[in-house]
Ligand binder design. Sequence first.
Ligand code: GDP
Length: 197
Amino acid sequence: MQVISAQFITSNTDYLKCPPDKYPEFAFIGRSNVGKSSLINSITFHKKLAKTSQTPGKTQLINHFLINDNWYLVDLPGYGYAQVSKEKRKEFEKMILDYLINRKSLTCLFLLVDLRLKPQPVDIAFMERMAEEQIPFYIVFTKADKLSQKQVDDNFKHYQEFLLQSWEALPKMFITSAEKHQGREEILASIQELIDS
Ligand code: GDP
């Protein structure tokens, strides 16, 4: 898929205020600082569509972008940000879960994890919650350019083995680098496939 147009539509804290759900929707989520904004900008080839920042936990809104006038890319707030209060964190979590559970046009969630780290409890818990709620998701490993090819292979294999200790099957996975635009074509192709199916 070619990204011909990418347009910011709205930012919301409440899923009920999101734009009318007339297009298939693909949401992106991950821990703060995982590289979500950078990946969104890489996927859409827009330098500043999603705001990247050095300040973790900055995106606290549900951001809708209309791509090619036929699907929504949704930038969700980062989760697991330790430096905000417990109440604030609960508030974000509720906002995110309300959106994920209730948004009818949500087709698939792309869940980002940093390929440099071993499986993090907060990510695993989030994936398990998604499975419980029957929300389809794919796993996107980020920042591959920060590792050697051997480390990429080892960490990827280790993550899969870890999940298979308690899961029967693995979701689709992508290895990406926003820096090198690695993985963007694969992600866009999988979105196209879901739109067409
Ligand atoms: P977000 O909080 O998840 O939206 O993360 P950002 O996209 O703002 O990225 C957090 C930090 O990681 C920034 O300093 C980015 O420049 C850096 N970063 C993000 N993606 C990559 C990547 O693919 N490669 C490298 N080397 N750095 C990245």
